[in-house]
Every structure is written in C-alpha cells, then in structure tokens.
Design a protein around this ligand. Structure first.
Ligand SMILES: C[S@@+](CC[C@H](N)C(=O)[O-])C[C@H]1O[C@@H](n2cnc3c(N)ncnc32)[C@H](O)[C@@H]1O
Length: 107
C-alpha cells in the first residue's frame, strides 16, 4: 500500500477545499493542448482534473495511469467509461500506443 492509498478517502475533500483550483487549471491546460485530442494523464488519481477537462471539451480521449488502486477506484467511479484507466507505475509502464499530449498534475 502506498501513501495515496492511505489518503484516497480524504483526497477529494482536501483538494476541492482550495488546495487546487481545478476549473482554472483545466482551462489553462485546455488552452495549451488545443488540437491535441488523444491524451495521457500521468497520476490521474481520482480523476478530478480529467473530469474538468472533459467538461470543457468532451472530444478529448484521455487515458489515465496511476499506481494507487484506492485512488483509481474513485477515479473509475467518477469518470466511468469517459476515460480509459490503467493501473501501473509510470516508471515501468509499457503502453503500446502513442499520444498527442501527455500531462501530469500533482503527480
Ligand atoms: C496529487 S495526486 C494528483 C491526482 C490528479 N492528477 C489530480 O490532479 O487530482 C498524484 C497521483 O499520482 C499518482 N502517482 C504518483 N507516483 C506515481 C507513479 N510513479 N506511477 C503512477 N502513478 C503515480 C498517485 O497515486 C496519485 O494518485
């Protein structure tokens, strides 16, 4: 179990209490990514940023990787089939596909 498994149940509450401004940060990311649709989020966690990005543009095709099962469980519940979720460590991942853009937020 890693430290993110330990805090997963409190993560959304902590982050949405002002630690990050997800609407603002998703807008910044959206403006940087313009034209790039197939994305990889490293450390997708509970999916807070991916969800906000999809609210701005539902045509994004996002894959999210994360090594915390507890964070990913919440991410899957939030994002459903709107995001492809992969459990794994980014340091040893072997994704057999390419992306238009790769980003990480807090990871
Ligand atoms: C601070 S959270 C950010 C989650 C989400 N991106 C957000 O903005 O709310 C960092 C996430 O990165 C994941 N993470 C950290 N190191 C990782 C690694 N080496 N491989 C995969 N995921 C990792 C953690 O499990 C955690 O869910």
């Amino acid at each position: 179990m890693n430290k993110y498994d330990d805090i997963a149940q409190y993560y959304d509450l902590l982050m949405e209490s002002g630690y990050y401004d997800y609407p603002k940060e998703s807008q910044s990311l959206d403006s940087i990514l313009k034209g790039r649709k197939k994305l990889l989020e490293i450390g997708v966690g509970t999916g807070l940023l991916a969800e906000k990005l999809l609210e701005l543009d539902s045509s994004y095709e996002i894959t999210g990787i994360d090594f915390s099962p507890a964070m990913l469980e919440r991410g899957k519940a939030r994002l459903g089939n709107r995001v492809k979720v992969v459990e794994g460590n980014v340091l040893s991942m072997e994704l057999q596909e390419s992306f238009d853009g790769i980003y990480s937020h807090g990871g």
